[in-house]
Design a protein around this ligand. Structure first.
Ligand SMILES: *Cc1c(COP(=O)(O)O)cnc(C)c1O
Length: 357
């Protein structure tokens, strides 16, 4: 069997969720969209529900129904609400909570006949300028929804654009815009994502929405007292399947962009961009070889990549190479590749997941 795999450590997931809730000082939705950022939404949600999670958040009804079919009974929030009004019957039937972020959704809800009223999260655009109603329209929409028989109750929410930049004034500005917009609505509210929870403790409110941090990845570029308490959940590893001794001055791999600087031992690892490793990861991107720090060399192929074994004399065919995880922080790999921990984690493909309970 091909040795590429992703080990998923569920105790660490539970640990990170408890930390999120501690920082939130209140209820916390576990964001498990995109198959729980590549970790497997059903297994992840089951592990957290058994541990008493407050609820889950996903991107669409397909993701929510997969959780309901697997027996998840907790609240599930649809972060983008419905894409088509014909989803509303299923949303009601499966007791899903529904974000409304655009005027057309409010109009469609008003026209819909549904079996029971819904819990609606009305999203304000407090400055990110992606989804959400502008401040000028927010209160009117709120009042309209409050009067609709299709609405059971309302939660106010917004989303931060730059909470991962700890010295950026925009996050406080967004929080202020949000506070002004909901000032006398007497509503429950939801503000923080992972960087908000970890980096902006003064901005707590009723409901946090934690994604990335559940999976043990820090949203920040450097050390951070709270983020350093997270435990990586996914460890991606494979094995060396061939070893090559090369003289100095020899090219390695497609394009020959990397040329050995010295007499070298190069190991071939069964993992490539078809498994979700970044195709343009440069020479020098960190890996761990049998637990020792090492580096990628040469261009990443579809099914293989190459690592420098010159300083790892004990490594050979069969040695374990970690691409990211417990020893190689995914954020570090992302930094070398000008990518993000988000895209690396949810980009995992082909390599099977192996769970530890
Ligand atoms: C994805 C998402 C989150 C989670 O963000 P993280 O940075 O991963 O914690 C929270 N809220 C909304 C609206 C989202 O779309």
């Amino acid at each position: 069997m091909r040795p590429a795999r992703a080990l998923i450590d569920l105790p660490s997931l539970r640990h990170n969720y408890r930390l999120a809730r501690e920082l939130a000082g209140g209820r916390t939705l576990a964001v498990v969209k995109a198959d729980a950022y590549g970790h497997g939404a059903v297994r992840g949600a089951q592990a957290l529900e058994a541990d008493g999670a407050d609820g889950f958040a996903v991107a669409c009804i397909e993701e929510a129904l997969a959780l309901r079919e697997a027996g998840i009974r907790s609240p599930i929030l649809l972060l983008e609400g419905f894409f088509d009004a014909d989803e509303l019957a299923l949303i009601a039937a499966h007791d899903l909570w529904c974000v409304l972020h655009a005027q057309w959704q409010i109009d469609a809800l008003e026209r819909a006949a549904i079996s029971k009223p819904l819990r609606i999260w009305l999203k304000l655009d407090s400055g990110m300028h992606r989804a959400g109603l502008p401040s000028a329209d927010y209160r009117h929409a709120w009042q309209r929804l409050s009067a609709m028989p299709q609405v059971d109750d309302l939660v106010a929410m917004t989303h931060f654009a730059r909470a991962d930049e700890l010295d950026c004034a925009r996050t406080d500005e967004q929080a202020r815009v949000f506070a002004d917009a909901i000032a006398d609505l007497g509503a429950e509210s939801s503000l923080s994502n992972s960087p908000g929870l970890l980096g902006w403790p003064q901005l707590r409110n009723d409901w946090a929405r934690a994604g990335l941090m559940l999976y043990g990845a820090t949203p920040f570029p450097g050390a951070h007292a709270q983020a350093d308490r997270l435990r990586p959940v996914m460890t991606v590893e494979s094995k060396i399947i061939a070893v090559r001794d090369l003289a100095a001055g020899e090219p390695v791999g497609y394009g020959g962009g990397f040329v050995t600087e010295r007499p070298s031992r190069v190991g071939v690892v069964a993992f490539g961009y078809a498994d979700g490793y970044p195709q343009f990861a440069p020479t020098g991107t960190p890996v761990a070889i049998d637990g020792q720090c090492g580096r990628l060399v040469g261009r990443v192929s579809m099914d293989m990549l190459t690592v420098d074994l010159t300083d790892h004399p004990a490594a050979d065919v069969g040695s374990v190479v970690e691409l990211w995880g417990a020893q190689v922080p995914v954020t570090e790999v992302a930094r070398h590749c000008s990518g993000s921990a988000y895209s690396l984690l949810c980009g995992l493909k082909r390599a099977p997941r192996v769970y530890r309970d």
